[in-house]
Design a protein around this ligand. Structure first.
Ligand code: GLP
Length: 241
């Protein structure tokens, strides 16, 4: 596992974007595993800039997102589909039919999870999976507990996770209680994983995840088993390293 710590946010963003651009230059048809949350946004901004400068095209690439809230329609302003449209897809040349986000509004959620897992199998391994990390060590929406699930599944969100996401909703009651998420096994199949963490509030969990024991109580710690993971940190998030 490589851990890179950056003094300047722009350098972190450029490093993350650089990994994606190099991949697409070598493999224009690459499958990108994308994440939501505030952590990857700077990288998306940098990618948009590079795209505008003609440095990168996504026209033949595909993307698969990690997760989606259960019960939100695609067009809901806080759905992860809307987030991706706003923060990245509408600013680059990726074709919409090549972008995949689980459907949280599906009537049959089990079938949706199974279908998503099949899609991932058909597309082959994700070439580069971008990840953030929750305050409790979750990746995607794989919450800590006595056991973890390998495949794409429906998860009950922990109170801490709902509270961390409450800032985006009018009130706590509006924050979804469930999500669809790729499983830990699904995530670990990616050829390369790039986890991004920023800010003092992530310092402790980053330390636990990458210096502590591998445990289901901290799902991100399982990334220690992955042969090709890069962790990008700002100085505050890397303070305890
Ligand atoms: C949500 C997402 C995760 C993300 C986490 C951290 O729970 N499902 O994929 O990593 O939030 O978000 P942030 O980057 O805003 O701290």
């Amino acid at each position: 596992m490589n851990v890179w710590t950056f003094e300047k946010e722009e350098d972190l963003n450029a490093a993350g974007a650089g990994l994606i651009v190099s991949l697409l230059q070598a493999h224009p048809r690459a499958t990108l595993g994308l994440a939501t949350g505030s952590s990857p946004v700077g990288i998306y901004r940098h990618l948009i800039q590079l795209h505008r400068q003609g440095m990168v095209s996504f026209s033949r690439a595909s993307s698969v997102n990690l997760d989606e809230y259960v019960g939100l329609e695609e067009g809901h302003p806080e759905s992860y589909r809307s987030f991706m449209d706003q923060q990245l897809f509408s600013h680059i040349d990726i074709s919409r039919e090549n972008t995949f986000v689980p459907k949280g509004s599906a009537v049959d959620l089990e079938a949706e999870c199974e279908g998503y897992e099949q899609l991932l199998e058909e597309k082959g391994p994700v070439d580069l999976q971008l990840l953030g990390i929750g305050h409790n060590g979750h990746i995607g929406f794989n919450e800590p507990g006595d056991h973890l699930t390998g495949r794409t599944h429906v998860v009950d969100l922990q109170e801490q996770t709902r509270q961390a996401n409450a800032r985006f909703f009018p009130s706590m009651d509006n924050v979804p209680r469930q999500a669809i998420t790729m499983g830990i096994g699904t995530i670990l199949k990616a050829r390369q994983i790039v986890l991004v963490a920023r800010g003092e509030e992530k310092a402790e969990i980053v330390h636990r995840a990458f210096r502590g024991p591998i445990t289901t109580q901290c799902p991100a710690s399982l990334l220690q088993c992955h042969p090709n993971t890069i962790v990008l940190l700002d100085q505050a998030a890397g303070r305890l390293f």
